[in-house]
Ligand binder design. Structure first.
Ligand code: KDO
Length: 334
């Protein structure tokens, strides 16, 4: 097309075209691929928050990120996500304190029952200097960047059978499914049950067939994964105010520009807040829903559970790895 223009105009046009194509090349650089893996089921809030995260990135940095969300542990098995990120096979995941404690024993403090008091306390703790110190350990020792903390919910017991549970002694002999790691199993045993490891995706069938008697999860997850269909009672022990840490492989994070890192952090904040608001609302409403489904829902002697669980943790080997004064510092956060 340039041949129809006078020579000098053609020169200017060619230069302009070149400049334009330069702009086009940088604007059309390949989007950063972010593959996220989680065992969460589609209708649970922490699964939905990943779509919020993706939409926020698209809104604030159009075309710069290509987020792929893999649910139901379809990409990596539950608990293997940190290693996958460390090996460079995965960009993002929602990891648990229990996952982290496998590599950084100090983190087991956040796997302890009855330490974090409620969702606000959780957010305040992890947004304080304590959070900064503990996130730094994860960045330094695991090469994983924690973007923000999300409230997974307060874990309650969900049991087959009619036996009324008032105290830890009533759980003796009950096969309580826990996710598969030492920290999780310790919690199940501290509650007084016989903790047995099983992946999240196998819990429904385990309860249905009776290979396990019980499982523990926050109420929104009991609903989303339909565990209420195969159990008879929910015992409101409230034993763990649980967290998921929305995280990115450090290699991926470091490859981003400063602006992109900010967009990613802001999106993580919006996503975790969305999760928290909905989950907290659901936790209030769901007791009625489970009662309508024919389950018994009641509070046991929570003080008896708290006393035994706290004592077991303080006397455990885990506590030997907790930084000096950490329990007092966590308790002091309002
Ligand atoms: C579970 O397996 O019980 C658990 O609640 C543990 C959490 O750390 C997290 O992995 C969660 O499952 C999954 O995201 C499924 O909701």
């Amino acid at each position: 097309m340039l041949k129809h223009l006078p020579k000098y105009t053609a020169g200017i046009a060619a230069a302009a075209l070149l400049a334009l194509s330069g702009v086009a090349t940088s604007a059309m650089a390949d989007p950063v691929k972010l593959r996220i893996s989680t065992p969460a089921v589609e209708s649970d809030w922490h699964a939905k928050m990943l779509t919020v995260f993706k939409d926020e990135l698209e809104k604030n940095a159009p075309g710069e990120f290509d987020v792929e969300i893999h649910l139901n542990a379809s990409l990596f098995k539950q608990g293997t996500e940190p290693a996958a990120m460390q090996r460079g096979n995965l960009d993002m995941a929602m990891i648990s304190a229990q996952d982290i404690a496998k590599q950084i024993p100090a983190w087991s403090v956040f796997t302890a029952g009855y330490l974090i008091r409620d969702p606000d306390h959780q957010r305040h703790v992890f947004h304080s200097d304590i959070g900064k110190e503990f996130y730094q350990m994860v960045a330094d020792d695991m090469n994983i960047e924690i973007l923000d903390v999300g409230y997974l919910g307060t874990r309650q017991l969900d049991i087959r059978g009619e036996k009324k549970i008032e105290t830890p002694a009533d759980l003796a002999g009950i096969k309580l499914r826990m996710p598969g790691s030492d920290a999780w199993l310790f919690l199940g045993n501290a509650l007084g049950a016989n903790a047995t490891p099983l992946a999240f995706g196998e819990v429904y069938t385990g309860l249905q067939t009776g290979t396990i008697d019980a499982q523990d999860n926050p109420l929104p997850t009991v609903k989303a994964a339909k565990f209420y269909e195969v159990t008879n009672q929910i015992v409101l022990t409230g034993h763990l105010v649980d967290a998921v840490f929305l995280s990115m492989a450090k290699k991926t994070y470091d490859s981003l520009s400063e602006e992109q890192q900010k967009v990613v952090r802001d999106a993580a904040e919006v996503a975790t807040l969305y999760n928290n608001v909905h989950r907290i609302q659901d936790e209030e409403k769901l007791i009625e829903f489970f009662k309508e489904q024919g389950l018994k829902v009641y509070k046991p002697d929570v003080a008896a559970f708290r006393k035994k669980v706290q004592q077991d943790y303080l006397e455990s080997d885990f506590a030997k790895d907790w930084p000096e004064g950490i329990v007092e510092r966590v308790n002091a956060i309002k």
